[in-house]
Design a protein around this ligand. Structure first.
Ligand code: IPE
Ligand code: IPE
Ligand code: MG
Length: 247
């Protein structure tokens, strides 16, 4: 089957509504080539761009959420943190028009107040400018942690209860999720983690409850459209039971 035929076949079958990706392995990619880690991150950014374009143009998912920087990543050497922040800012500034023209709606998820001012401004501008777009819902998790998200949700819930806007008895799962910073995102159907580690590293804890997990040894800078298509094929071959059906 040709590439186009495989792609059309995948598109004719049920697609994930929400794909989340842990973009891991940039450092190891660089190390294997005797290059500085920064070069791995630079190549990783190109991969992100390619994946966003592919998923968006082929309409392979309504929501795509990329893990760009975790709350724990603040603990990396200052030089690497600074480089990553600069890279993200340059990416947003350089690609905003293209994303906007492609109809992408950008969201940023995480502790934006911890970001350097230039990056925060670039993020806020991109979010504002693309707010009414109806194409791919692209979220960038930035200074994001799943536990941070849950604690923020708990804080918002207690605030609403204290101010009489919500009765604690009325709080159920559906209501709780609306208080989460990530509350506009649907459940994740497919999680892809590159780089060989088999863990969640504090990503989207609420939304991942029933996600299909796909771990690949491919390092993020090496990921191609073919790998994304293979991941979707594997997703479509899995049987999701949600605890309701017997095997
Ligand atoms: C992922 O690549 C990018 C970020 C976490 C920001 P890493 O930098 O974690 O690369 P490895 O895991 O060290 O190879
Ligand atoms: C997860 O990767 C975070 C991002 C990809 C942004 P890490 O490289 O930080 O995760 P660990 O340290 O291997 O768990
Ligand atoms: Mg890593």
């Amino acid at each position: 089957m040709s590439w186009r035929q495989s792609l059309e076949q995948v598109k004719s079958r049920p697609l994930p509504a929400h794909v989340a990706i842990i973009m891991d392995g940039n450092g190891r990619w660089a190390k294997a080539r005797g290059l500085p880690r920064a070069e791995g991150h630079r190549r990783g950014e190109e991969t992100a761009e390619r994946v966003v374009r592919f998923v968006g143009e082929e309409k392979l998912a309504g929501y795509l959420t990329l893990f760009a920087f975790s709350t724990e990543n603040w603990g990396r050497p200052a030089q690497e943190v600074r480089f990553l922040m600069g890279l993200l800012e340059a990416f947003l500034r350089a690609k905003l028009e293209e994303l906007h023209e492609a109809g992408v709606r950008l969201r940023a998820l995480g502790q934006l107040d911890r970001l350097p001012q230039g990056l925060r401004q670039a993020v806020e501008r991109a979010v504002r400018q693309t707010r009414d777009n109806t194409g791919l819902n692209l979220s960038v998790a930035l200074s994001y942690g799943g536990r941070w998200d849950l604690v923020e949700g708990a804080r918002a819930v207690s605030h609403a209860v204290v101010h009489g806007e919500l009765s604690a008895a009325a709080l159920d799962e559906e209501a709780f999720r609306t208080y989460l910073p990530s509350g506009e995102l649907p459940d994740v159907d497919l999680l892809i983690r590159t780089g060989g580690e088999r863990r969640l590293s504090n990503y989207l804890l609420w939304e991942l409850a029933y996600a299909e997990l796909l771990f690949t040894d491919v390092l993020w800078p090496d990921l191609t459209e073919e790998h994304v298509l293979e991941a979707l094929i594997e997703f479509q071959e899995r049987t999701r039971r949600f605890g309701r059906e017997v095997g």
